[in-house]
Design a protein. Structure first.
Lengths: 706, 290, 314
């Protein structure tokens, strides 16, 4: 009797537990937001979907949207009618020579003509099958918003762009208004307005959406991040969170445009001498630091000098610098021993060449900046207020920010801060970060598990963004131990099945990629040189190489950190593969500080794992340098790198880089397993998100809808 | 002779106790032995190599081929759970017995001998301050990453609490009449401790024991991720659950099944312990004899 | 009694000195370097050595220990390497969430534990006893991270009663604070109620089979009065012990819960300071925890004497 009831109770509690656990995993299917397969990751995806959800714009019968296709004038007429909810107007006589009363768009075209949105050409035509140009789009949107009055007051443009002179005068005022932060319904094309180019469906969708849902200033933007920043001294650190938020607080002389090329930020203009050894930078005037002081050449010289002392990139540059001085209050000059592409270094997003006030540098010297508003002072659009460990970093809009007037172009150009406060909450648990966005506790969260991607895609309130993060790598100890032998390293490479490693560690194939490239696909330096060595999956070859190398079964000490589960998972899978080929592997799990300490000592390890962010320039790649742990000493590689440093012509650099990458795969100083992506998620009420050429997120030009 | 007054309240206890006593011990022992055997005979019962990774089937739900589903590396959770039992039982039992033994010993001494009480307790107070992480990492750094270091670290962590529990019981019993009576007839301290005090302390010892077992299993996993003890890819119940934590919403079976097994093991221990306590309770001895 | 109290409090000194010493030793045994952690993976050895010198880490161990003790006697626990705050201030700033979490969890654990323990004891052998016992065992064998996440999903996502993470300090309103601590306290409370429940049950059973209970019943006292006034009062001692121990468990259990719920408490601080090798802060927290344990155990011991006149201290 009691036995039975005891068993009953156990079974009952087990059932309850099953129910709860499995329900935790399940999710009610909700109508999703990801309607069009060809807009995923598109710059205007959110606006396209929102506009489509409102019934204004539709996809094609085959389910696509074709965001980069052209828009006919007749098509935009129909869109405008829907947006403004006009009644179709079909008078018996057409106003336009080329629009017959039985034209499918007749009612729409006449309606918007009546409303004054589009008036046709001076010759009496409407050209319904012509494509809408960007200039025309600007005018249409401006009229849609009823900005005729404002437009009439604009006599000369307040904005600049590379092709500002090509903007036709009849559209100029509206183009100008479209780029102003309170309207923001136009977007540039890598710094060009391209007024005579055809507008794309995506641009039209964006414009219509923002014209009718204008940006709002104010509010608090809440972001959930993984971990505490160890410091906010961006000149020194290479960690992601400090660099990301540091670049909101501090600015650099150069930054990256939409294409990932360096463009001036704090610099107004610069010129390079004919021998490419002298750079003269003219700084912008009237730029204020957060403490109210104006930025001058002294601040710039002191900051870049400090960066040159403390950062690896900086040291690389300054080893070639003969002098770096201020010529006057707003001019600085760098004289080099050999030609080097200086702006590329100054724009770097790793160990950022941020500009600090000279007084702060005098005060702290080479010690990292502390987390106080007295030391964290920059010129950026956000101002540092406080950092409370394990709680948040608090930034507020810097009211006296001197923005550039050129149109927003990647990280360059105009930077507008819409929210009053940016609150960066530290939420270590991955699942909780995701749940926080789902429950509207946070607006944006980084580093969400890619396995949740499917579930998140069907939540109508959440937008996702998959961004290239880094390539995962194992570094060999080439100073001491078994891997001083090239054959050993080649044997290791031969045995690996990269696909299995990446799949095991990252799962969803949308979140990882294979390929021997060490420079990203969107950079001009992308190449698949070395592909014959990448992903060989050849255990037999590995075995014979091991034999040739004379491997006697010495245990190979592989350092991994449990703090980084993805890399650690790669190591686990690779280990099985390598053991089949005859390697004897001892995986040592340590925490991150122990790993950092241990890897400086060549007697203690043979391999350690890390990942490398994708850089904008091959010369920044650390794994191929001689001082990085692993100690890769190769005269040929060094020669390639120094050639690249001094060469400014892109085509020549590409050729050199191809050779360098090939050498990398022949010599194998390190292994690349594959590319991994990172998943960001945010509420659909957050507008203005863009993917940048570098893998961070930035909260300029972003606003929250109420 | 039984009071008629007592019948209402206590008689039901007497009747049940007989049944309870035997059933508990049997069920408890059966459960624990079953799990232990299955773990030790894991090679016979498992369906796959617990370390074989197949990324193509990662995070698969339970199926006929993979009873408990697969984890994020495509390993069979069922086979890992079976093999995991060995190390988990080893860790759990070791910590339980070591901390139980030393804790009981220290608690008895401290409770009984007033002069030693002060010193012993203050030392244990100090011990309680050390987080197991610190101890485990330090031991690993000095002695290497072995399971024994985790066991030592966890035993140190749990000894003070066992000691305090035992001591509190001893403090009371020390003052009871039968102890005084024993003393007056010249019974040695040792005899008093072992024949009178100890049996009455069984209940809290057993409860503490099963608690420590459960905690040790879970904590071992956390420590292995820091490099202490067994490498985290060697299956242990706590380790499998920890590895399933990031995937809770997509693959809850990774945590669920080892969790159930831990619950069953702890249930078993408790029933066994309850039965043992009832069996040895001096007050009930007379009842049994009836 | 007063003398005893004074002796106990004075005993804090040697305990703290020894804890400090052992802690110092342990920390220096662990490999790792706070300078490396601050400067990051790409730092060069020069930079690292420079920072180490500035942080005073290049001095020989015995000197560092002596300086630390010297400062300790002045009441100065030094500065946290990472936040540059004085250690004592860093600890006090993080005290509120952990303190409140511990108190609420203890209340919940005791409420659930004592009640279910009494009920189980009274209804011994019945199905109520079974359920109460089963629930207890369930509570103590599940990992707290699992229960945390389940509660978050059930009460934070399915129904939006509580925020899934974050902490509202008291100055923003007690109700808000309560909301952010509800789920964490429930988790820790439930997990720790098991121990209290089991001990209450067995303690009550011990007491209820005593003669004086029979006498009380014989005298005609009501059931309830017998239980609450006599039985519970005498069963309370082990229960108090366990509650005191639970306090200790809560402090260590707080680490996991604080991490998941993003509560900026001492638990998270302790974990991150060890993992970042923030030596001064870790040592400070060790001393702080040791003090807390000593005082709590003192309180428990005093309660013993107060509740049971038979207990005397030397």
């Amino acid at each position: 009797m009691h036995l039975k009831s005891k068993i009953k109770k156990i079974v009952l509690s087990v059932l309850i537990v099953i129910l709860i656990t499995l329900m935790a995993g399940g999710n009610a299917g909700v109508k999703g937001i990801f309607k069009f397969p060809d807009t995923v990751g598109h710059r205007f995806e959110l606006e396209i979907i929102k506009l489509s959800n409102k019934g204004i714009i539709e996809g094609y019968p085959d389910g696509t949207f074709r965001p980069d296709a052209m828009v006919k004038r007749s098509e935009i007429a129909t869109l405008l009618v829907k947006v403004k909810n006009l009644t179709l107007y079909k008078p018996s006589i057409s106003t336009f020579k080329d629009v017959a009363t039985n034209n499918w768009a007749y009612g729409y075209i006449m309606a918007i003509q009546k409303d004054g949105l589009m008036v046709g050409y001076p010759d009496g035509t409407f050209k319904p099958d012509g494509n809408v140009t960007r200039a025309e789009l600007a005018v249409v949107l401006g009229r849609l918003k009823g900005l005729e009055n404002e437009a009439s007051k604009i006599t000369s443009p307040t904005i600049t762009a590379y092709d500002i002179n090509k903007v036709p005068s009849w559209s100029m005022p509206y183009v100008d208004l479209g780029f102003q932060p309170q309207y923001n319904f136009l977007t540039g094309r890598a710094g060009y307005i391209a007024p005579q180019e055809n507008a794309t469906r995506g641009e039209v969708a964006y414009g219509l959406y923002v014209a009718t849902n204008p940006p709002k200033f104010g509010g608090t933007l809440k972001v959930a991040v993984l971990t505490n920043p160890v410091t906010l001294d961006t000149q020194i650190t290479t960690a992601t969170i400090p660099s990301t938020f540091g670049m909101h607080i501090f600015e650099t002389l150069f930054t990256y445009d939409e294409n990932g090329e360096p463009i001036p930020l704090l610099v107004d203009s610069y010129n390079v001498s004919n021998d490419a050894k002298t750079y003269t930078f003219k700084l912008r005037k009237g730029i204020k630091f957060h403490n109210g002081k104006e930025m001058t050449a002294d601040d710039v010289v002191a900051s870049i000098s400090r960066w040159g002392r403390l950062s690896t990139n900086g040291k690389g540059l300054f080893s070639e610098v003969e002098s770096w001085t201020a010529l006057d209050n707003y001019t600085t000059q760098m004289i080099l021993k050999n030609p080097i592409n200086v702006p590329a270094y100054l724009a770097s997003d790793l160990m950022v060449a941020s500009i600090y006030p000279k007084e702060v540098i005098d005060k702290v010297g080479d010690t990292p900046l502390k987390f106080t508003p007295e030391e964290i002072i920059g010129t950026g659009p956000y101002k540092f207020i406080e950092f409370v460990s394990d709680v948040h970093i608090k930034l507020i809009r810097f009211e006296d920010y001197s923005t550039r007037n050129d149109i927003s172009n990647g990280l360059g150009g105009r930077r507008t801060v819409y929210p009053d406060v940016l609150l960066i909450d530290i939420v270590p648990d991955r699942t909780v970060r995701a749940l926080g966005v789902i429950t509207n506790l946070y607006d944006f969260a980084e580093d969400i598990s890619s396995d949740l991607y499917g579930k998140l895609r069907i939540d109508p309130n959440i937008m996702t963004s998959t961004v290239l993060k880094a390539w995962d790598s194992s570094i060999f100890n080439k100073k001491q131990g078994v891997f001083t032998s090239q054959k050993m390293r080649q044997a290791f490479l031969a045995a690996l099945d990269m696909e299995a490693c990446m799949k095991g560690a990252f799962g969803n194939p949308d979140f990882w990629d294979l390929g021997p490239h060490l420079m990203g696909k969107s950079t001009p330096y992308y190449t698949d040189a070395g592909k014959e060595w990448y992903n060989q999956k050849n255990i037999e070859r590995a075995k014979s190489l091991l034999a040739e190398a004379g491997y006697k079964g010495e245990p190979i000490r592989w350092l991994v950190s449990s703090d980084y589960p993805d890399r650690y998972n790669i190591a686990l899978i690779a280990k099985d593969q390598l053991e089949k080929a005859g390697f004897v592997i001892v995986l040592k799990v340590v925490d991150w500080p122990t790993l950092l300490k241990t890897r400086n000592d060549p007697t203690l390890w043979d391999i350690f794992d890390t990942d490398f962010r994708y850089f904008s320039d091959p010369v920044f790649i650390l794994a191929i340098g001689p001082s990085y742990p692993g100690w890769y000493v190769s005269p040929t590689m060094a020669q390639y790198l120094s050639q690249m440093r001094s060469e400014t012509d892109i085509e020549t650099r590409k050729i050199i880089w191809e050779k360098a990458q090939t050498l990398f795969w022949e010599d194998v100083p390190a292994i690349k397993y594959g590319d991994s992506m990172i998943l960001y998620i945010f509420r659909t009420t957050l507008e203005g998100y863009r993917k940048y050429s570098i893998s961070y997120y930035f909260f300029f030009n972003m606003w929250k809808e109420s | 002779m039984v009071d008629t007054e007592e019948k209402n309240f206590f008689s039901r206890f007497k009747g049940l106790k007989l049944v309870f006593k035997y059933r508990s011990i049997t069920i408890g022992l059966a459960l624990v032995t079953f799990l232990l055997l299955v773990s030790l005979l894991a090679p016979a019962f498992s369906t796959h190599n617990p370390m074989y990774k197949d990324p193509n089937i990662r995070l698969s739900p339970p199926s006929r081929e993979y009873f408990f589903g697969t984890d994020n590396l495509g390993q069979d959770v069922y086979s890992r759970t079976l093999y995991g039992g060995r190390l988990s039982f080893l860790t759990g039992f070791s910590v339980m017995f070591i901390s139980g033994f030393f804790g009981t010993l220290l608690g008895l001494i401290a409770g009984y001998y007033r002069r030693l009480d002060f010193v012993i307790m203050r030392v244990l107070d100090g011990f309680m301050a050390f987080p197991s992480i610190l101890l485990a990492i330090a031991l690993t750094a000095v002695l290497g990453g072995r399971l024994s270091n985790v066991i030592i670290a966890l035993s140190i962590v749990y000894t003070p609490s066992s000691a305090r529990v035992i001591r509190s019981v001893v403090l009371i019993i020390r003052e009871t009449e039968y102890v005084e009576a024993s003393k007056s007839i010249g019974a040695s301290s040792l005899r008093i401790i072992f024949c009178h005090i100890l049996p009455n302390s069984f209940a809290p010892i057993i409860v503490q024991g099963s608690y420590v077992f459960a905690r040790a299993v879970i904590l071992e996993a956390a420590l292995s991720f820091l490099g202490a003890g067994v490498p985290p890819w060697i299956p242990t119940w706590g380790g499998i659950m920890s590895s399933g934590r990031p995937y809770m919403m997509v693959a809850p079976w990774i945590i669920f099944f080892p969790g159930i097994v831990v619950i069953l093991a702890v249930f078993g221990l408790n029933f066994f312990g309850d039965g043992l306590r009832d069996f040895s309770d001096p007050r009930l001895r007379g009842v049994r004899g009836m | 009694m007063r003398q005893y109290l004074i002796k106990r409090i004075l005993a804090l000194v040697p305990v703290l000195l020894i804890v400090g010493f052992v802690g110092f030793l342990l920390l220096n045994l662990i490999p790792g370097d706070p300078a490396l952690v601050i400067l990051g993976p790409e730092a060069t050895l020069d930079q690292v050595n420079k920072l180490r010198a500035e942080l005073g880490l290049n001095l020989p161990i015995y000197l560092r220990l002596i300086y630390w003790y010297a400062r300790l006697f002045r009441g100065d626990l030094g500065y946290s390497i990472f936040s540059s705050l004085p250690v004592l201030q860093a600890i006090f700033e993080r005290l509120q969430p952990t303190l409140l979490l511990t108190i609420f969890s203890l209340i919940i654990a005791s409420a659930i534990g004592i009640t279910s323990g009494i009920v189980a004891a009274l209804k011994r052998g019945t199905w109520i006893d079974q359920i109460a016992t089963s629930l207890s065992i369930f509570g103590l064998s599940i990992p707290s991270f699992w229960l945390s996440l389940i509660l978050i999903i059930m009460f934070g996502v399915w129904v939006r009663w509580f925020p899934v993470a974050g902490y509202e300090p008291l100055k923003n309103g007690f109700l808000k604070t309560l909301r952010t601590l509800a789920l964490p306290s429930l988790t820790l409370g439930f997990v720790n109620s098991a121990f209290i429940s089991r001990v209450t049950r067995s303690s009550m059973l011990e007491v209820m089979s005593q003669d004086y209970i029979k006498v009380a019943r014989a005298k005609g006292l009501s059931y309830r009065k017998v239980i609450l006034k006599h039985a519970l009062r005498n069963a309370i001692l082990p229960i108090i012990t366990v509650m005191g121990l639970t306090l200790g468990n809560l402090v260590s259990g707080a680490v996991v819960v604080e991490t998941i719920f993003a509560l900026p408490g001492i638990g998270q601080l302790a974990l991150s300071s060890i993992l970042r090798r923030d030596y001064p802060l870790t040592q400070g927290i060790l001393l702080f925890t040791a003090t807390v344990f000593v005082l709590v155990n003192l309180l428990v011991d005093i309660l013993y004497a107060f509740l049971d006149p038979r207990i005397k201290y030397g």
